[in-house]
Design a protein around this ligand. Structure first.
Ligand SMILES: NC(=O)c1ccc[n+]([C@@H]2O[C@H](COP(=O)([O-])OP(=O)(O)OC[C@H]3O[C@@H](n4cnc5c(N)ncnc54)[C@H](OP(=O)(O)O)[C@@H]3O)[C@@H](O)[C@H]2O)c1
Length: 257
């Protein structure tokens, strides 16, 4: 029998799926047969990608439904989860992918922008976890994957709020494993680094900068959203049934070598 990742019948929410890594995760989960709902903020500049998605996933075994909801608004996230429960009667997986950084020195981080970036990079996961936990606990089944950053290991990402918030995800994961693994809910973190997305290109905006970045990566190339998506699909599948509390760095070796 051929080895494959089978997510047929699995209902999964991806926070932040209109582009980049989140879009890659959404597509990969559909390839494995999952029923995916992904959120986005309705940014006009990303609308075309959302419109093109049905064609991209057409013919795949799974499905993907976009929902406009700001992950920083806990009531909106709660509503998205309720809607999924209403439509499918269950929620098996949650992928918290929303994140954003603004490179600047500590002196330029105002109280307001500190709160905003901690909200985007940490609280969004909390709001979604709080909304799904009771449903997963009732079913005695849940798979949660948090999307962190190599900033957890090296303080990178260009901003103190980003490094702090992404590191906070680690404590959240440990708490969840300690208190919810026995209830069938398994949590892990995938830490991306140097994945070729719009977010990365905003910081590395010239061929010279990209070339110099690739020079720092032992594997010799930038990562692709699929490099992250494959790990996520694995973790939410039955192959991840005995894995929890793990931080998995997907970086082509850049962070440590
Ligand atoms: N790329 C990398 O090398 C790298 C490295 C380390 C960590 N990461 C982490 O990986 C994750 C994805 O990164 P990426 O490079 O794919 O970023 P991206 O290209 O900026 O994509 C972010 C996604 O999140 C959505 N989003 C942002 N804020 C949102 C909100 N408040 N509510 C709902 N959706 C929201 C965006 O959609 P809309 O804008 O349409 O709302 C978009 O779909 C982030 O957590 C990032 O910190 C990436």
């Amino acid at each position: 029998m051929m080895l494959n990742i089978d997510l047929n019948g699995r209902v999964i929410l991806v926070l932040g799926g209109s582009r980049g890594i989140g879009a890659g995760i959404t597509e990969m989960l559909c390839r494995a047969g999952a029923t995916v709902t992904f959120t986005h903020r309705g940014q006009p500049q990303h609308q075309q990608r959302i419109d093109e998605l049905p064609a991209a996933i057409n013919g795949l075994p799974g499905s993907a439904m976009p929902v406009q909801a700001d992950a920083c608004d806990s009531a909106e996230t709660q509503h998205v989860v309720q809607d999924i429960i209403g439509r499918h009667g269950r929620i098996d997986g949650l992928v918290c992918n929303v994140g954003q950084t603004l490179r600047r020195p500590v002196e330029e981080v105002t109280d307001e922008s500190w709160r905003r970036f901690v909200d985007v990079n940490l609280s969004t996961s909390f709001y979604a976890i709080r909304a799904v936990l009771q449903h997963m606990a009732a079913a005695h089944y849940g798979r949660i994957v948090l999307i962190g950053s190599s900033a957890f290991y090296d303080g990178g990402g260009g901003a103190i709020d980003y490094a702090a918030a992404k590191s906070g995800l680690h404590g959240m994961m440990l708490y969840l494993v300690r208190n919810y693994a026995r209830k069938g809910i398994l949590t892990n973190i995938v830490h991306p680094c140097v994945i070729d997305t719009d977010l990365l290109r905003e910081g590395y905006d010239s061929p010279r900068k990209i070339e110099s970045l690739i020079g720092q990566i032992p594997v010799g190339r930038l990562g692709k959203p699929e490099d992250i998506a494959g790990v996520v699909a694995f973790l939410v599948s039955s192959y991840g049934d005995f894995i929890c509390g793990q931080s998995i760095l997907v970086d082509g070796g850049r962070t440590f070598f």
